[in-house]
Design a binder for this molecule. Structure first.
Ligand code: ZN
Length: 154
């Protein structure tokens, strides 16, 4: 199940998660977002509010704000970078790949490459209670997309 040498993952884990936690990317308020979703994890008090602005069916702007542990906030921050210019279908695909990684599935080389910095979060699997933290922003993404579709504003 281990896809990188352990030391390498530990190193990547510290680098990516701490870096994004200390200097989050796209922690901005987006005016008139097409998708907005507020997700809360009562277990550790993590909160992520995700906002997406779409253009021609692709993510034009992505922003979030929130509070909570380093893993929940870093996961949201790394996600912002990876959503740019993606269609909602591609965003959902990425979300399901990330979810499978966090659940301990073995991913293909292509899937791992596609995850980029998100692959660092597999270090979180050593701490099962924190997996929910890593997935919080992704749950917000999936729920937000579902809500958007239900509203039928496509
Ligand atoms: Zn947390």
């Amino acid at each position: 199940m281990q896809q990188f040498p352990f030391d390498e993952i530990d190193e990547l884990y510290r680098k990516v998660i701490l870096d994004h936690y200390r200097s989050p990317r796209n922690m901005v308020e987006i005016g008139e977002p097409d998708i907005e979703y507020d997700e809360y994890n009562p277990v550790c008090g993590d909160r992520v509010v995700l906002q997406l602005k779409l253009s021609d069916g692709r993510v034009e702007e992505a922003g979030f704000h929130g509070e909570g542990c380093s893993i929940s906030q870093a996961s949201a921050s790394v996600m912002m970078d990876s959503l740019k210019r993606k269609t909602l279908e591609e965003a959902e695909q990425l979300s399901s790949t990330f979810r499978r990684l966090m659940q301990g599935h073995t991913l293909s080389e292509d899937e791992l490459t596609g995850l980029g910095n998100l692959a660092a979060f597999q270090g979180v699997r050593k701490f099962p209670v924190r997996i929910k933290c890593a997935l919080l922003a992704w749950t917000a993404l999936e729920e937000g997309i579902a809500e958007y579709r239900r509203a039928g504003t496509r």
